[in-house]
Structure formats: structure tokens, C-alpha cells
Design a protein around this ligand. Structure first.
Ligand SMILES: [Zn+2]
Length: 188
């Protein structure tokens, strides 16, 4: 049988399960050695190892955060879905998997910080837009066009105009300021 860690602050706990005490020696930390989502997608099993006594134990974390989709169906919040969506938007762009992973982690933290058990798809989308815009403006526009359901050219123009305005304020001092598409090369 497994320990039910329903109080655990959910899946956000990276690789070192913050607050997950070893049930054998009560060491205050544990390392996740394996994690898998249950068939119905509502729970995550984690195999953990105590760095102190090296014994292993399993925790079952329930997905306390659900996302309400536009269709009215709710599903468990999964960081992987953010990664999938963002990666799609970043296709062909100079964005690394690491950057996407960091973005997804930040988004998850932000969404969880709302303190709700159910969030709207829009809440998640909004949380993605900001950091994605910082990462890559083209990917941002792609994502925004799907998420915000852009329907006309005006929608794109408005979004681009907004980007131009903002990059005009915070442009890092390279001469041209050619805005879209050329910003990637100078970063990092
Ligand atoms: Zn231990």
C-alpha cells in the first residue's frame, strides 16, 4: 500500500519533494525517482527515495487542481499540457526545451498561486502569454492567435502594435529596433 500524500503541495514540487518526510527515518527530504500518472489522469504516483536511509516509498498525489475547458469538461492540470502547447507555438523558433520547461514551471506556480481548485482555460492561457512574449514574440503571436481566438487581421495588428509599443519602451539599445522576428538573435 502507499502513503497518501494528499496534503502535499502537489505536483509543483520539483525533484526534491519539499516537505515530503521519509516515513522510515523522518528525514525531511526525499528524492523523486519515478513518477507516473494513473490511468484516469487524476492522480500521480511518485516513487521516492530517502537521501538519508535510502529506503524507498510511494506517494500518491491527487490532482487538486483542475482546468475547466471551454467545452465545460474539466480535466486535471498537467504541466505537460503547457509544454506541449508552448512547444507547438515555438516550432522553428530559437527556443530550447529548457526554456519551455522553465516557462511551464513558472506558469504552474502562477496558476497554483491563485489558490483555486478549479481554474479556467483562460487563466492558464493568460499565465502563459506573459512569459511567452518575453521568450519569443513570434511564438507569442502564434499562441495568442489560438488562445485568444483571433478572427481578423485587425486582431493580429492590434497585438503586433502592442508588442511594438512595449518593445519600443524596453528595447535593449540595438540601433534598428526592427521589432518582430529579429529579436531572437541578440538574446542571451
Ligand atoms: Zn529515511
Amino acid at each position: 500500500m502507499s502513503l497518501c500524500a494528499d496534503r502535499l503541495h502537489a505536483a509543483g514540487a520539483a525533484h526534491y519533494g519539499s516537505g515530503m518526510h521519509c516515513p522510515f527515518c523522518h528525514h525531511t527530504d526525499s528524492r523523486v525517482v519515478d513518477s507516473r500518472t494513473a490511468d484516469d489522469g487524476t492522480t500521480i504516483r511518485r516513487r521516492r527515495e530517502c537521501p538519508e536511509c535510502h529506503r524507498r516509498f510511494t506517494t500518491v498525489e491527487s490532482a487538486t487542481l483542475s482546468v475547466m475547458k471551454r467545452s465545460g469538461v474539466s480535466e486535471p492540470f498537467l504541466r505537460e499540457k503547457i509544454i506541449t502547447g508552448v512547444r507547438k507555438a515555438c516550432q522553428g523558433r530559437p527556443v530550447t526545451d529548457d526554456q519551455i520547461a522553465v516557462l511551464a514551471q513558472g506558469v504552474e506556480e502562477q496558476v497554483r498561486s491563485l489558490g483555486l481548485s478549479v481554474v479556467d482555460t483562460n487563466d492558464v492561457g493568460r499565465a502563459i502569454l506573459g512569459p511567452l512574449r518575453d521568450l519569443d514574440t513570434v511564438a507569442y503571436l502564434r499562441f495568442a492567435s489560438v488562445y485568444s481566438s483571433f478572427t481578423t487581421l485587425d486582431d493580429f495588428e492590434n497585438a503586433i502594435a502592442e508588442l511594438r509599443r512595449e518593445s519600443g519602451i524596453s528595447s535593449g539599445g540595438s540601433g534598428g529596433g526592427e521589432a518582430l522576428g529579429t529579436t531572437g538573435s541578440s538574446a542571451t
